[in-house]
Design a protein around this ligand. Sequence first.
Ligand code: IMP
Length: 417
Amino acid sequence: MSSLTVLGCMWGDEGKAKIVDFLGVDADVVARFQGGANAGHTIVLNEAKYVFHTVPSGILYPKAKCVIGAGTVIDPFGLRDEMKALMDQGIMFDQRMFIDVRAGLVLPLHKQLDGSTEAELGASKIGTTGKGIGPSYADQAARSGLRFGDLAHPGWLKQRLESLYAYHDLEPKDLQNDLDELAAAWEFLKPFSAQADALLREWYLAGEAILFEGAQGTLLDLTYGTYPYVTSSHTITGAASTGTGFPPRWLDRILGVYKAYATRVGEGPFPTELFDATGERIRRVGNEFGATTGRPRRIGWFDAVGARYTASLNGLDAMAVTLLDVLSGLPELKICTGYWLDGQRLPGYAPHPLDLARVEPEYLILPGWDQDIGQARSLARLPQAAKEYLEAVQDLVEIPIELVSVGKDRSQTIVVK
Ligand code: IMP
């Protein structure tokens, strides 16, 4: 009986999938609790490439059960296609995939609204992934949205869909065609529909190990992130509970994932952003391009102020530091240790986006290292400078580092403790 929650703790793309994949070997269940197809990652295993957007990456472990919780929003067509592609690669879903009937639906209309809202915002756009996530969650909150379980009730579905179009002042092109397509998607997805909350509680009490897999990152949290430049779901620890119906008291361990540097996709403040050749180099070596949209990611130095804020918000027990190998070859490295605003050193994080956009980072400067560290399997095998860098991160964030990733492969992971 145990649960482990793995969360991205900056602006997403921290390498959670690699960590979840590494830890998945011990999990009986891997559950997603928020977000939707805005997430994206590829896992390479035995030279085969598997692409994930909504399916938990635990599906690669043949014995693991996978849950898509009620707090997610699912595109029934995209999810069907993603599952079919994985099935074609030999992945089995029968009796091990459970989609909560209360998960919200992302419909083509939501993607259309996502695109048109961004276009209207022009220069003030959020820079969303265009996957319809914001409009779908907005409809859930407005109680105009549709949910996965609605697909089982054709009469109700028709009525809800008509009301949804009316709510948005839109005319369906062909409502019957929409309903037929949804019916076809349901035909495929129905065997996986479940009351997943009850199952999770039952499995936990039966002694199974449950791993909650967060999507995006804490600084993209709807409330605590860099609002309005955030996603539309909650990405912090508490969401693992609200997004699955799992009691918060049963969230046993929380592991935060941080990249050894910082990245962000989309608009919004980014205090340590680099606009120079160092940033370019990190982008190239780290292949920092969005997995869902292909957009180049913005790059910056590790921000220990932001990191300490998210570690505290999430109540982390430990942290995993990923992509340390990407920093090899840089002559010096910087870590942001404080924010200055209008001549004053702030006591911590700056919650308003206008302030965060103006803060001046104070940096600790550390020596870099030249060695390729991809083969290191213990801290002792890292160059002294890499060890000092990790120590500085750990001291500044005030959370012990438990895992360090030094390459894409599952084996390229250092277990610190
Ligand atoms: P949305 O989630 O598509 O509405 O996008 C809102 C913001 O979250 C944008 O800045 C996106 O770039 C960002 N975002 C959404 N999903 C991810 C992700 O998986 N990784 C990194 N950024 C993301």
